[in-house]
Design a protein. Structure first.
Lengths: 598, 193
């Protein structure tokens, strides 16, 4: 009972009862202490009626009686089933008080156990935080508009809210890789405003800073993922990779621009070819352009379009003006003039078009002519060479034999030289080829090595990612556990609990010893029984033999032999029955136990 | 809380005792908070006598990084352990960390309210007035005899008051009241998780 009392006293102390240090058992409680403990428990369990009860016993007997009655009533209200009355408090006995206190302590709300039961995790923590904030906001009482203090500002009236508008910020971070220009440095030093002074308003400054930071982060992240997934395969340093990519992009843009520029504007409107986004964009960009580019780029289409539009406009204008005859003359005059001028303009434009077409035609023909010329020149050179060869042969003809011999000797020397050179070349070639092969082999081995290293690097990257994630997760859980630990109450009764557990363990040990003792006893008994039965069997056999010998001679002995046999049989039956009863009793006990469990 | 490389570089400069001595550290902290919280931007905010001996570019870098870090910390509602682990990684000494944290705590509420003022909100109802009318008949029906309510909600949106007026029958009003009660109950339920 001692450990139960310790736990009880600890719980009562937590509720706020002042239990003295020297009190260790419930039996040592005075009436005053019992009343205080019970009242405090009731106050915690049910603050409504509990708040009325006094924590101290009044001196007068009748008042004490009344307090005892009301306490008993309160305990019954909470749900105490045992016998209770004023006498429980005023003339206490230990078991009753203990059972009452145990009931009350069990009834105490268990915040700590609930807290540990709550689901853990980031979202749960967030939900809890939200709940506490809402609770706090609900607790703030409503106040009329005129009496609001800044305290209520958060929940009951909002300050003016601003939109999330972003301005580009110019921040003075310099890239370490490239040396910045002197002018840029000067600009940064002397002219650039501090980051917080660059936006027109406070909120836009805040939002732009957040935006800028986010953009930075996401761009580095993107670069990381790209570098890890694709960039490593190129086997280049990051900067080289970057410059290469830039070059590629530039080339692509250039090509697209060129191809779109080469398309005549007619195709823009007539056929919408499926093409890449960039050219679409360019086309869209050029869509409204013809009106601005009329003079720089004169083509049939733009002109006709322009003229149809202007003619319509003038038609509309003339319609409008025909309604007003008051200013008639001058306007008519002007219109005529305008029409005339337009006609002239049209004429001129068509002239220009014609000339342009002519020029194009001419240029085409001129290029053709140039080509032809070149071909002819080539032919000419060939012919001249031919002629040279033929001329020399003609010169050699008169002294044919001599010349033939000379030529032959020359051919022979040439052939020998060729052979010589070939052998020399062979001499040089063999080691070179050998070296080439060697180098190739080295190259391939290096290739292999680098690819293995690459895969290793990739593997390492993945590992790093995993490790960082793991670390983050662990850190989070650690933080959570720390907060949980902080929120848990510092349990002083831990030692009491451990002591109790130790005692229970001791008890179990004792019981185990008992059981082994009983087991050995049973074994001994069994042995004795076996002994006895053996003895009995032997005695019976001896008796049987003796009596059987005599039975042949004497009639009475024969009778006694019969009796002996009957006795033996009956005794066996008896033993059997006893054993059966034993097993049945055991079975009954087993079944009873099972019933009790279920 | 992740930080971009530029912010990290700026904060590392701030942590470096050879660049920023203790007195200018405090001044930089104050200046950064002041720059964020001042309603009017002050272009001369970095022209403090304590900051004269530091390179102007570095001062500007540190200022921008610090301001960004403060905003991010408030945005994530970072507690002390998060902030300190973040700054410890950037080689902040314990004293500077403590100094930053106390200054941060001092201004956190203001920065929070500044951040919460960005965005859109529904109008806020702060009062209501109503009037009961009784409809006897109209052009189509000779006898209607139904009450209806004229309700005017006094709301406030972004500082300017505006009223929402509508009429409703008894059932509609009951429906509205029930919905409002429902909403109140849901909020209460959310607070008791």
């Amino acid at each position: 009972m001692e450990e139960v009392d310790k736990i009880l006293i600890h719980a009562l102390r937590q509720v706020g009862t002042e239990v003295g240090e020297n009190i260790e058992r419930v039996g040592q409680f005075t009436s005053e202490l019992i009343v205080e403990a019970v009242v405090r428990c009731i106050r915690v369990i049910d603050p409504g009626p509990g708040g009325v009860l006094p924590t101290t016993l009044p001196p007068g007997m009748s008042a004490r009686f009344r307090v005892g009655m009301s306490l008993a009533q309160a305990c019954q209200d909470i749900g105490y089933k045992g016998e209770i009355g004023y006498q429980t408090f005023l003339y206490s006995n230990e078991p009753e008080i203990r059972s009452l206190l145990m009931f009350l302590v069990e009834k105490l709300p268990r915040e700590s156990s609930e807290a540990s039961d709550q689901p853990t995790g980031k979202s749960a923590v967030l939900h809890r935080a939200i709940a506490t904030v809402i609770k706090a906001q609900l607790a703030v009482s409503w106040v009329p508009l005129n009496c609001r203090l800044p305290l209520h500002g958060e929940t009951q009236s909002r300050a003016a809210s601003q939109k999330f508008s972003v301005h580009p910020l110019s921040l003075p971070y310099c890239n370490e890789g490239q040396k910045s220009l002197k002018e840029v440095k000067e600009y940064k030093r002397d002219i650039l405003l501090p980051a917080t002074a660059q936006s027109p308003s406070q909120t836009s400054m805040v939002s732009s800073m957040l935006e800028q930071h986010m953009a930075d982060l996401s761009s580095t992240q993107e670069w990381d993922t790209e570098w890890k997934s694709q960039g490593l395969l190129y086997r280049l340093a990051p900067q080289e990779y970057r410059s290469r990519k830039l070059k590629r992009l530039r080339n692509r843009i250039k090509e697209q621009l060129r191809s779109v520029a080469m398309q005549s504007p007619e195709s823009i409107y007539s056929v919408c070819r499926p093409s890449s986004e960039l050219s679409d964009l360019l086309r869209a960009f050029r869509g409204p352009a013809p009106f601005d580019l009329i003079l720089t780029k004169g083509t049939h289409f733009t002109h006709t379009q322009k003229f149809t539009f202007t003619e319509e406009a003038t038609a509309v204008k003339s319609q409008v003006h025909s309604g007003r005859h008051s200013e008639g003359d001058t306007q008519l005059h002007q219109q005529e003039e305008l029409a005339l001028l337009q006609q002239q303009f049209q004429q001129l434009c068509s002239d220009i078009d014609q000339i342009a077409a002519d020029m194009r035609h001419r240029s085409v023909t001129s290029t053709q002519v140039f080509d032809e010329l070149k071909q002819r020149e080539l032919e000419n050179a060939k012919n001249q060479e031919d002629m040279q060869v033929k001329k020399t042969t003609l010169e050699l003809l008169p002294d044919a034999d001599n010349n033939l011999q000379k030529l032959q000797s020359q051919v022979e020397t040439g052939a020998s030289r060729v052979v010589n050179l070939a052998s020399q070349w062979e001499k040089h070639r063999a080691p070179l080829i050998e070296e080439l092969r060697r180098l190739k082999q080295i190259c391939s081995s290096k290739d292999l090595e680098s690819s293995t290293k690459l895969s290793e690097i990739k593997h390492l990257h993945e590992k790093i990612c995993m490790a960082t994630e793991d670390a983050k997760k662990k850190e989070e859980s650690y933080k959570q556990l720390v907060t949980e630990l902080e929120s848990l109450p510092r349990d002083v009764s831990r030692s009491a609990y451990t002591q109790r557990i130790l005692e229970i363990v001791g008890n179990i040990n004792k019981q185990k010893e008992d059981i082994t003792k009983i087991l050995s006893d049973t074994k001994e008994l069994q042995k004795e029984i076996n002994n006895l039965t053996g003895k009995l069997d032997r005695t019976f056999a001896v008796t049987d033999e003796l009596v059987f010998k005599d039975a042949k001679k004497d009639e009475s002995v024969r009778k006694s032999y019969k009796y002996l046999a009957a006795l033996q049989e009956n005794c066996n039956q008896l033993i059997q029955t006893i054993e059966d009863t034993g097993t049945i009793l055991r079975e009954i006990r087993d079944l009873e136990e099972q019933v009790g469990i279920s | 809380m992740e930080l971009s490389e530029s912010v990290q570089r700026g904060l590392q400069l701030l942590a470096d005792p050879s660049v920023v001595d203790p007195s200018s550290f405090q001044v930089l902290l104050d200046v950064s908070f002041r720059g964020l919280l001042a309603s009017r931007a002050d272009p001369a905010i970095l022209d403090q006598p304590e900051l004269k001996h530091i390179d102007r570019i570095q001062v500007k870098q540190i200022h921008a990084a610090l301001a960004t870090f403060i905003l991010e910390a408030v945005k994530h509602n970072a507690d002390k352990s998060t902030i300190s682990s973040c700054l410890e990684e950037l080689t902040f000494s314990p004293e500077r960390l403590e100094l930053f944290f106390t200054t941060h705590q001092k201004h956190k509420k203001e920065v929070e309210s500044l951040l919460s003022s960005i965005g859109r909100r529904l109008p806020h109802v702060h009062d209501v007035s109503w009037r009961l009318q009784y409809q006897m008949k109209n052009g189509q029906l000779d006898k209607i005899n139904e009450p209806f309510y004229l309700i005017s909600l006094n709301t406030e949106n972004e500082g300017s008051p505006e009223d929402v007026n509508f009429t409703c029958t008894t059932e509609q009003l009951q429906d509205l009241v029930a919905k409002l009660k429902d909403a109140a109950k849901s909020v209460e339920k959310a607070s008791q998780m």
